[in-house]
Design a protein around this ligand. Structure first.
Ligand code: MN
Length: 231
């Protein structure tokens, strides 16, 4: 096989305790998956899960103990943080039943679904796609992936985000409206999941704007921490 241009190497994320990296196939994201966040966005109740995507190369991988540098993106005056549990898919499939779904999970990471909230609000108003609000370059900072066997019980783990040392978001993954298995069941009806897919599972309440110079530090019990500076 030859190409007109040499293909870019795959986007990838470091793995805790291993030299091999996790090559990213796709990034799926779940919208409004914590009740208190749905409320702060003007919604309530258990609606069916809905999804959007970011390009695979929107990941901003950050090693444990290091601080990632995220450039403040263009076109926005309202860049929001959304701390999220990220599920890394090891084995793909379509129409995966919730009862079988956890066998498809390879590991977990702490991620940020960074959002140009002003552009998202405009897109919602106009009935336009969210790509420009959600899928911009470096919009998905992510810490190293912890393989399932080494991760704690992330389904009942504290999830939190501090900005410049102050808590902005604090909840528990147990508060997810659609849990990991249910999310995989729904998602795999719409797309064939593949090895290397990442699922950003949604953010709890407390989303807010960040400014240049802010340092974001987030964590999920049983996984590492993710530290990002907005440059
Ligand atoms: Mn999100």
């Amino acid at each position: 096989m030859s190409y007109v241009f040499p293909p870019a190497p795959p986007a990838s994320v470091p793995v805790v305790g291993r030299a091999e990296r996790f090559a990213v196939h796709r990034i799926y994201c779940v919208g409004r998956n914590y009740a208190e966040h749905a409320k702060e966005m003007g919604f309530s109740g258990r609606e069916p899960p809905f999804f959007f995507m970011k390009p695979a190369d929107a990941v901003l991988p950050v090693n444990q103990g290091e601080t990632g540098r995220m450039p403040y993106p263009a076109l926005t005056k309202d860049l929001h943080h959304e701390i999220e549990l990220v599920v890394a898919i090891g084995r793909g499939g379509s129409n995966i039943a919730a009862a079988d779904a956890m066998q498809h999970v390879w590991g977990y990471a702490v991620g940020l679904d960074m959002t140009r909230r002003d552009l998202q609000a405009e897109a919602k108003k106009q009935g336009r796609p969210w790509c420009i609000a959600k899928g911009f370059d470096a919009s998905a900072p992510i810490g190293p992936i912890t393989p399932v066997a080494q991760a704690g019980d992330v389904q009942q783990a504290a999830i939190w985000l501090q900005v410049n040392g102050d808590y902005r978001q604090r909840s528990n993954v147990g508060q997810l409206i659609w849990n990991i298995a249910e999310t995989i069941e729904h998602l795999s009806k719409a797309w064939e999941l593949q090895s290397g897919d990442l699922i950003f599972t949604g953010t709890p309440e407390g989303v807010a704007a960040v400014a240049r110079g802010d340092v974001l530090e987030g964590g999920i019990d049983g996984l590492g921490r993710l530290r990002v500076a907005v440059a």
